[in-house]
Write a protein of this length. Structure first.
Length: 156
């Protein structure tokens, strides 16, 4: 029977990534022309780790930093989102095991300052962490956002 990989193992498994690909075919209808970097999971985690207490980042900021690093037009939003999810769960494994230093994933918001329901513990756990660090979390319609998140963005 095959054993399931831990989140940390998934985070460490970069396969053949990162790689920069030309945007073409169906991708070009959605994203235009140029190149896209498909990052390695550890690169996304590394950027998430850089966000200090009291500061925030968004998936869009992470994608911009990855594109700049790899001299690409953009970073793939799908893989970047998946890898931030993996980084969050790997960090939660570390926290549960009693490690003192782990990725502060709750500081990484979705584009527009929205909390990420796919992070460990869902919206409520992320809200609790963010409020403990001094951020104001509000509900706007169905979305849960950090109020005035732009003023707390960290430089990546």
């Amino acid at each position: 029977m095959k054993t399931r990989k831990s989140w940390r193992e998934k985070l460490a498994d970069s396969k053949d990534l990162p790689k920069v690909v030309k945007i073409e075919g169906k991708m070009s209808r959605r994203w235009g022309t140029g190149t896209a970097v498909i990052p390695a999971p550890v690169e996304v985690d590394e950027l998430m780790r850089k966000v200090p207490k009291g500061k925030l980042t968004t998936s869009a900021e992470i994608r911009a930093a990855l594109a700049k690093k790899h001299k690409a037009t953009m970073a793939c939003p799908i893989t970047t989102g998946i890898f931030s999810w993996i980084a969050a769960h790997a960090a939660e494994e570390d926290r549960i095991e009693g490690k003192k230093r782990f990725t502060p994933y709750w500081r990484t918001l979705k584009t527009g300052g929205q909390l990420n329901e796919k992070y460990p513990g869902g919206i409520e756990a992320q809200r609790k962490q963010l409020e403990a660090e001094g951020h104001t979390v509000v509900q706007v319609g169905k979305k849960v956002l950090v109020e005035d998140f732009e003023s707390a963005l960290a430089r990546l």
